[in-house]
Design a protein around this ligand. Structure first.
Ligand code: FAD
Length: 456
C-alpha cells in the first residue's frame, strides 16, 4: 500500500493518454501514466497500425496478382497467413518498444494496473493510491455489438479478426463503416468471399454521397458483395459456420460474422459517475476545454462524444496538457478533423459535405467541383480511378474536400490545411504542385473551381 503524488495523473495509456503524458512531462510536470494493458492502446495494438499492416500485405498480394500488367513476371502463390502475422506483429512490437523508450526518456512514471477514480484527485490501482493535482481520463473504447447479438465463437469483433491464424472462405461483415470496409478490403485481397450488411443506404455512410456511391462501384467491381438499407435480425451459428438473417427475410451464410457496428466508451465501473462526472450514454461530457463537470478532471479520446480517431485523441492529449499549463490552446473542432477510410480504394475527407454546406450556407452560396483522377498523370501510372471533390463558398473559402482513390489518404494534409486555414481555391491554385504527383490533382480541382481548369 503506497501513496504517490503527481502534478498530472493520466488514466489509460492509449493514443490520447500517452500524448497527454508526453506533452505534460515536456511542460515540466511530474506525470503518472496508468495503463492496465500495454501503452499504445487500441490504435497501436489492435487498431490503426496492425490493420494498416494487413492492408499493405493485401496490396502487395493484389500487385503481385496483377504484375504482368506492368510487364513484370511473378507468380502469385497465395497468402502465408503466418508470414503476414509475423510482419504485422514485428511492426507493432517495434513501435511499442519505441513508445516505451520515449515514455521512459521523458521521465513519466508508468503504473501497470487497472485504475479507478475514487475522488476528483485520486485514482486507486490495487492497494496504491495515486494522487494528482490534475486527472486526465483516457480509458478508450471497445467493439460494440447490437442488442441481443452476442459476440463469441464464430461471431467476432475486429480484435479477433486481426488475430485469426487462418484465412476464412466466406465472411459476413455487419457494418459498412470504416472498420467493416477495411476488413472487407483485406479479406477480399486474401481471396475471401465477403458480404457486407449495412442498415444505412450507403457504405461509408458518413462521407459525401457521391464518394459513397463511387466507393460502392469500386467494391462491386472488386467482387465485394453488400446489402444496404436493411437491418440485421439475427444469427445462428454451429460448427460449420453462421447464418445471418436480415429484417427483410434475406439470409447469408458464411464461416464467420464480423461485428463492426461501432465502438462504445470504456467508462463503466470506473468511479466516474460516483465522483460526480456528468455522463451521457456512457460517454464523458466535457466542455470545449475538455474539462468534465468536476474541475481538475479532464477527459479525452474515444470516451468523449465525437469522432473516434487516434489523431483526435493525440491532439486532445496535447490540448489538455497545455490547458493545465495555462497555455490556452486553440479549441479542437471535430468538424475540421481529417478522416481517412483505409481500404482499396481509400476515402479521405475534411470539412463539410456538399449537403451540409448547402444546409449551412444555402444552395446559391455553394459551388463544388469534382475532379476525375483520370486527368492526373500519376493516377494513370498507378492505375487508380477516383476523384477529388472540392466544396467552396461562392467568392469564399473552401469548406470541404472529399477524395476517393488509391492512397488519397496521403493527400489529406494539404486538404486539411486548406479547410482549416479557410483558404480560397484561388490561393491553393496559385501554389505550384509537383508533377507528376497525385497531389497535383488537388491543385487541378482548385484551378477548375477558380475558373481556370488545366487538365479538366
Ligand atoms: P485507446 O487507444 O482505446 O486507449 C485506452 C487505454 O486505456 C487502453 O490501453 C486501455 O487498456 C486503457 N484502460 C482502459 N481502462 C483502464 C483502467 N481502468 N485502468 C488502466 N488502463 C485502462 N483511428 C485512426 O485515427 N486511424 C485508423 O486507421 C484507425 N484504425 C482503427 C482500426 C481498428 C480496427 C480500430 C478498432 C480502431 C481504429 N482507430 C483508428 C481508432 C483508434 O484506435 C482510436 O480512436 C484510438 O485508439 C482512441 O484512443 P484513446 O486514447 O481514446 O483510447
Amino acid at each position: 500500500m503506497s501513496e504517490q503524488n503527481f502534478d498530472v495523473v493520466v488514466l489509460g495509456g492509449g493514443s490520447g493518454g500517452y500524448a497527454a503524458a508526453l506533452r505534460a512531462s515536456e511542460l515540466g510536470f511530474s506525470v503518472a501514466l496508468i495503463e492496465k494493458d500495454k501503452v499504445g492502446g487500441t490504435c497501436l495494438h489492435r487498431g490503426c497500425i496492425p490493420t494498416k499492416a494487413l492492408l499493405h500485405a493485401a496490396e502487395v498480394a493484389d500487385v503481385s496478382r496483377e504484375s504482368s500488367k506492368y510487364g513484370v513476371n511473378t507468380e502469385f502463390q497465395g497468402i502465408d497467413i503466418a508470414g503476414v502475422t509475423t510482419y504485422r506483429r514485428d511492426i507493432v512490437e517495434h513501435k511499442y518498444k519505441g513508445l516505451q523508450s520515449l515514455v521512459k526518456a521523458r521521465g513519466i512514471t508508468t503504473i501497470t494496473g487497472a485504475g479507478r477514480l475514487t475522488s476528483p484527485s485520486t485514482i486507486q490501482v490495487g492497494d496504491d493510491t495515486i494522487t494528482g493535482k490534475n486527472i486526465v481520463l483516457a480509458t478508450g473504447s471497445y467493439s460494440r455489438s447490437l442488442p441481443g447479438l452476442e459476440v463469441g465463437g464464430r461471431v467476432i469483433t475486429s480484435e479477433h479478426a486481426l488475430e485469426l491464424d487462418y484465412i476464412p472462405n466466406k465472411v459476413i461483415i455487419l457494418g459498412g463503416g470504416v472498420i467493416g470496409v477495411e476488413f472487407a478490403s483485406v479479406w477480399k485481397s486474401f481471396g475471401v468471399d465477403v458480404t457486407i450488411v449495412e442498415a444505412l443506404p450507403h457504405l461509408v455512410p458518413n462521407e459525401e454521397e457521391s464518394v459513397s456511391k463511387s466507393f460502392e462501384r469500386a467494391f462491386r467491381k472488386r467482387g465485394i458483395a453488400f446489402n444496404l438499407g436493411t437491418r440485421f435480425q439475427g444469427v445462428e451459428q454451429n460448427d460449420q459456420g453462421v447464418v445471418v438473417t436480415l429484417e427483410d427475410g434475406k439470409t447469408f451464410d458464411g464461416d464467420l460474422l464480423l461485428v463492426a457496428v461501432g465502438r462504445g466508451p470504456v467508462t463503466a465501473n470506473l468511479g466516474y459517475e460516483e465522483v460526480g462526472i456528468t455522463m451521457d450514454r456512457g460517454f464523458v461530457i466535457t466542455n470545449d476545454r475538455l474539462v468534465t463537470s468536476v474541475p481538475g478532471v479532464y477527459a479525452i479520446g474515444d470516451i468523449v462524444p465525437g469522432l473516434q480517431l487516434a489523431h483526435r485523441s493525440f491532439q486532445q492529449g496535447i490540448f489538455v496538457a497545455e490547458e493545465i499549463a495555462g497555455l490556452s490552446p486553440i479549441v479542437i473542432e471535430d468538424a475540421n478533423i481529417p478522416k481517412v477510410t483505409y481500404s482499396d480504394p481509400e476515402v479521405a475527407s475534411v470539412g463539410l459535405t456538399s449537403a451540409k454546406a448547402t444546409e449551412k450556407y444555402g444552395a446559391d452560396k455553394i459551388a463544388a467541383y469534382d475532379y476525375n483522377l483520370a486527368g492526373n498523370g500519376k493516377s494513370s501510372i498507378l492505375g487508380t480511378a477516383g476523384s477529388i471533390k472540392v466544396v467552396r463558398v461562392v467568392d469564399g473559402p473552401v469548406v470541404g474536400i472529399h477524395m476517393i482513390g488509391a492512397r488519397v489518404g496521403e493527400l489529406i494534409g494539404e486538404a486539411q490545411l486548406t479547410v482549416n486555414w479557410e483558404a480560397y481555391p484561388e490561393d491553393v491554385a496559385s501554389l505550384i504542385h509537383a508533377h507528376p504527383t497525385q497531389n497535383e490533382a488537388l491543385g487541378e480541382a482548385m484551378l477548375a473551381l477558380a475558373g481556370k481548369p488545366l487538365h479538366a
